[in-house]
Write a protein that binds this ligand. Sequence first.
Ligand code: ADP
Length: 249
Amino acid sequence: ARSEDVILSARGLTKEFGGFVAVNGVDLAVRRGTIHALIGPNGAGKTTCFNLLTKFLQPTRGSIHYKGEDITARPPADIARLGLVRSFQISAVFPHLTALENVRIALQRRRGDSFDFWRSQKVLSAYDAEAAALLAEVGLAEFAHSWASDLSYGRKRALEIATTLALDPEMLLLDEPMAGMAQADVERISALIKRIAANRTILMVEHNLSVVASLSDRITVLARGQVLAEGDYAQVSADPRVVEAYIGA
Ligand code: ADP
């Protein structure tokens, strides 16, 4: 890839916990406009890698570049402002607010307005049109006025993605978007990820290999903290080292 095609890259990314090396010299290059998956057996270092790339953990060694800028020493809030946004878990959704209110708050945050729950409805409603458009984008238009707590697991996940999109990310990092989902929701969220990838870059950690196969342009396989293989699904799934790492896990 030409260097300008790469939006996020890591070089020699390493994380040690005490004496244990969880991520060991990982090189990664995510191309702009692609869906890139990070896979590997349990304990491979996927979550740690994800946390390093979003700066929730500081690497022991190595560097991370985003859009040509060295972000290795930058705090997570800075990274989000540069357009690299991590999708939070469902716990980030406020259960006792409606879907619309949840998105509205995310929009308000992006504008840098201080979060004030008791702010007049009039001020908040300035965000309603944009919030409704985001809910439509994730397929939740008809649930705008449902309590977040009443939504199915898959729809909560879609709502969580809507609050992430409210930050207007150029690149999204998704941590196991299909975890705990029923098949109907897996299909709905897959279609949603495909849709939002039309004009964004996505890096995801995902266990569901059929989802990885159908969504990913490129896959990096980790095992024991190192890159074991990289390529498209056909390439990595035919790699005997990958097969062995999964069977041996
Ligand atoms: P994966 O997401 O691929 O399952 P993780 O990144 O969660 O893998 O973990 C990789 C390895 O690092 C595991 O052996 C795990 O026990 C270890 N590890 C992860 N986080 C910590 C931590 N905070 N302290 C010590 N060891 C950790």
